[in-house]
Design a protein around this ligand. Structure first.
Ligand SMILES: Nc1nc2c(ncn2[C@@H]2O[C@H](COP(=O)(O)OP(=O)(O)O)[C@@H](O)[C@H]2O)c(=O)[nH]1
Ligand SMILES: [Mg+2]
Length: 251
């Protein structure tokens, strides 16, 4: 058998990833997420940026303090200044010190075992972003609201066409970015539609994006901060970015 050494040489051998974990009401899910990430990533892990809000529960804060004691060199916890989920992510983008920045959740709806796959693809491929899709055979949904499922499918396909992209999941907030890219982009959303903005602006800027599959499973602890009708607000940023000029997307 011929081994092609070129395929095992890493493109970014010294990469450090900053992982963002936003937290409102997660305890055991947060702990499990942090443990799996630290167990499976070692040298590639630069920092875990935990973002809290005023309404983050005292139980979650207790878990964050425990994690800080356990991993003093890795865990950095900050109280967000901008509001909501997008605001938490944007504050973390500003603080990120890694070569790559990974955005996910702490409620186990973003499978922490997939973090190592995102990092591997970022290291070995030639990408600006590696993002997760639930919409391929190896991905999938467990416990997703059926009405949301149909609307999500329609939304993905409409925006795939509008942006003329092969990507199948534009709204899943589970992706890793080259940090210099996210610091160059002018972000505007502060709520959940920020998750869509983080793929549409790079697409508009012709960045190289790779998709890998992972399964989505509904959280077993706490509840979502998003409401059903807020999902329709994604359309606004989707259209706005489509009609904007490239230079207006940069700081
Ligand atoms: N710091 C912070 N975390 C948030 C905020 N909103 C949501 N999160 C966290 O972000 C993750 C995803 O949010 P979630 O409410 O589950 O949204 P959904 O999965 O899209 O329904 C969860 O871990 C939440 O705890 C926020 O305003 N601030
Ligand atoms: Mg969730």
């Amino acid at each position: 058998m011929i081994i092609n050494t070129a395929t095992i040489i890493e493109k970014h051998p010294t990469m450090k990833a900053s992982i963002i974990l936003p937290v409102i009401n997660e305890t055991s899910s947060l702990e499990k997420t942090a443990k799996i990430i630290t167990d499976e990533n070692h040298d590639d892990l630069g920092e875990i940026i935990i973002m809290t809000a005023v309404k983050t529960t005292p139980e979650s804060i207790a878990v964050i303090n425990k994690l800080k004691n356990e991993y003093p060199n890795l865990i950095k916890a900050y109280r967000q200044e901008l509001p909501f989920l997008g605001g938490a992510m944007r504050d973390a983008f500003t603080r990120s010190q890694g070569d790559w920045t990974l955005m996910m959740a702490s409620d186990l709806e973003t499978d922490p075992h997939a973090v190592k796959d995102l990092i591997r693809e970022a290291k070995t491929g030639n990408w600006d972003i590696v993002t997760v899709t639930r919409w391929t055979q190896k991905g999938g949904f467990k416990g997703y609201n059926p009405v949301k499922f149909v609307l999500n499918f329609a939304f993905q396909n409409l925006f795939r066409l509008l942006y003329w992209t092969n990507l199948s999941d534009l709204t899943y907030g589970f992706r890793i970015f080259r940090t210099d890219l996210i610091k160059k982009i002018k972000w505007e959303e502060v709520r959940h539609p920020f998750l869509l903005e983080t793929i549409l602006k790079p697409l508009k800027l012709k960045q190289r994006v790779k998709e890998i599959p992972a399964k989505w499973e509904a959280r077993k602890e706490g509840e979502s901060q998003n409401t059903f009708f807020r999902n329709f607000e994604y359309i606004k940023i989707g259209i706005k970015v489509l009609r904007s000029k490239k230079e207006d997307l940069l700081v």
